[in-house]
Design a protein around this ligand. Sequence first.
Ligand code: C5P
Length: 305
Amino acid sequence: MRAVTVRSPAKINLALSVGPPRPDGFHPLATVYQAVALYDDVTATPREDGELTLEVIGDFAAATPADDSNLAVRAARSLADRYDVSAGSDLLIRKTIPVAGGMAGGSTDAAAALLACSRAWGLTIGAGELTALAAELGSDVPFCLVGHTALGQGRGEQVTEVMSRGTFQWVFAVSGEGLPTPEVYRELDRIRARRRIPADAPSVPPALLTALLTGDPGALAVALSNDLQDAALSLRPELGDTLRFGLEHGALAAQVSGSGPTCLFLAEDARAAVDLAVALAGSGLCRTVRQAEGPVPGARVINAI
Ligand code: C5P
């Protein structure tokens, strides 16, 4: 048994099409995920006494639950239960990804914990088994294991790789306060009921898949979409100012990230991304700004002691 560190990326949704709620309360999705180069690192150090402990450090540590409710701890526990592991683990999360920001920060920590603990405990588990466990923990967790660019179906947990050319430059405006995902889905249902908008079966715009094949940020900019954006803006109207500010300062496109409240901006190139990030940082509209390219791989071991 050995200490293992796994680095796991944030995700964005290039398209997020949401259908009517299912009997289990989840919404059927057709989404295109992209993993971006903002990472959390999770280190699992095995313990013989069977205990699971958690310490969180880094940018967003104060906003991260450091108890058993943390998805990384739940991931480690479900792995231990499923494979009859008597060992425990000290988990250390170094956070760089905003918490409750619509970028799968919690999900990616769970993906990282699954991989780190499985290696630290010396388990031999196939990718399919790990993905099945990931899906039980959360809709985004399987994607965080694979990364790159992928189609998500079902409630988001059924992941298929999508062809994408080149690298895109993204800028993120991070809010001071997170937005709980269930609230945003409920708001979408309310808006649709109020406006009598039928919730059709979800689908991904073909133009988006074509744009990804060209690698052209201009083509991608006009193909981005997010059904949760109206709901996030209804709960946080001030996000509209942030999106407008980005568009006025050179962004090719601006969109709420997943369920929000992080706003994402697509830049023409790396230089334009820096200019936009500087402008947003001085705007007073967000808590902090991040810049990252995508796509990048999913969770992977970066060192094993
Ligand atoms: O799957 P996960 O635990 O990340 O989902 C968090 C919450 O987001 C769910 O409890 C549900 O309220 C909402 N959700 C949904 N439909 C999805 C994914 C998430 O309604 N496809």
